[in-house]
Design a protein around this ligand. Sequence first.
Ligand code: AMP
Ligand code: ZN
Length: 486
Amino acid sequence: MDTGLQLYNTLTRKKEIFEPLNAPHVGMYVCGPTVYSDVHLGNCRTFISFDLIFRYLTYSGYKVRYVRNITDAGHLEGDRDEGDDKFAKRAKLEQLEPMEIVQKYTLGFHDVLRMFNTLPPSIEPTATGHIIEQIEMIKEIISNGYAYEANGTVYFDVEKYSKEYNYTILTNRNMEDMLANTRELGGQDEKRGRLDFALWIKAKPETLMRWASPWGEGFPGWHIECSAMSAKYLGEEFDIHGGGMDLAATHHTNEIAQSEACSHKQPAKYWMHTNMLTVNGTRMSKSLGNGFLPEELFKGEHVLLEKGFSPMTVKFFMLQAHYRSTLDFSNEALDASEKGFKRLMNAISLMDKLSPSESSDFEIGPIIDNCLKAMNDDFNSPVVIAELFEAVRIINTVYDGKGTISAAELDKLKKLMKDFVFDIFGLKAEDTSNLELNSVLDMVIELRKTAKENKDYATSDKIRLGLQSMGIQLKDSKEGTTWNKA
Ligand code: AMP
Ligand code: ZN
């Protein structure tokens, strides 16, 4: 099955023709959220990118089993298995049971992704629901000689493994540099090697989330869940493994090591990584405190925001960048996306009002071909959007009576919009009353600007106060005037 799709493989550092192991079936595993707090917009970018990939693979005729896990245990604060358990810490802070924390933030995560109109994965397994599978895998790794137990904790032996396999295959780093950047083992350290990481961690007396194991009571390390659950639901070898780029160096590197130490097979044929959403050039992250929540963005309730933006505007903003490029958040960029999305949706609603002619000034076939070519070139959504605006121009020209379109071309136009805007991008029309309100307000704001330029302050004040009495607040700044609903 050749669909002409090429995708960038982090493992080989190049674009490759997509050849699934067992076409038309495709197994795709994406690392899901750690549900000890709300997901921020950066996390959403990664899940929206994989939703696009899932949707396009399905559109291309593949039968995708999409597994996206929920990390609900075993996540310590540091990368090196030290510090507090994030779930326990949060549970204490909110005075809840750890599983109440898990439930609360899992539901929140689902709500947010639903607002972004992403499709649910085929399977959404949790770490706590797969403790047995993780223990079995650790036992296998120990019996294969790649892990050792020390005082109730089990460590992966990176030195032993890297004699036979390339530990840094995914990021191509130099082992010497990695060692130089890792602190020396102290006298008390149970680890044999500086790069060794925990597969199973011994519970402390105060540990809340704990399970019995052959090594005593404890809980799984951060990485083993994904190796165990991907093998369970997709097999020892599957097609695509994905996540944010920040996961490649540690989490995914360790996942490959665990899976190979267990089955002697590279688990995924294609490793795909999404780039980061940044704020003023800095990665949006939970720990830096620059990660605003989708809710705050929709309502405009954050110091960095001049006003609120709707979920589809935000999604459109994200699709305007390629998933492997960084994307910097700014009010101006979102403003532009809001206008762009509105133009696109307005044109789609006009499309139904067009009457076909005998002849056609426009051909839609080349636009469809270009969109398919762009998606087949590593899911290049920004190029598709540029093509869609060409279609918007055609719709507006025909609607204004400045061009003609035949019935056959009009059908193609409708199919183009249905396939790419709704099915592949997963965009949807939002409350049109709001869209109409936006257009009316843009016009009123423009009239007020003209009044002010003409020094007709009576009219400009009348407009401002009139809107205020309807609960609409105008805000003037150097960049222009924005509005907010009280
Ligand atoms: P976490 O809940 O922290 O485990 O993250 C969930 C997913 O979001 C992972 O795939 C991360 O790589 C990804 N992620 C975290 N921060 C960002 C960001 N600023 N931009 C894009 N993806 C991110
Ligand atoms: Zn993972």
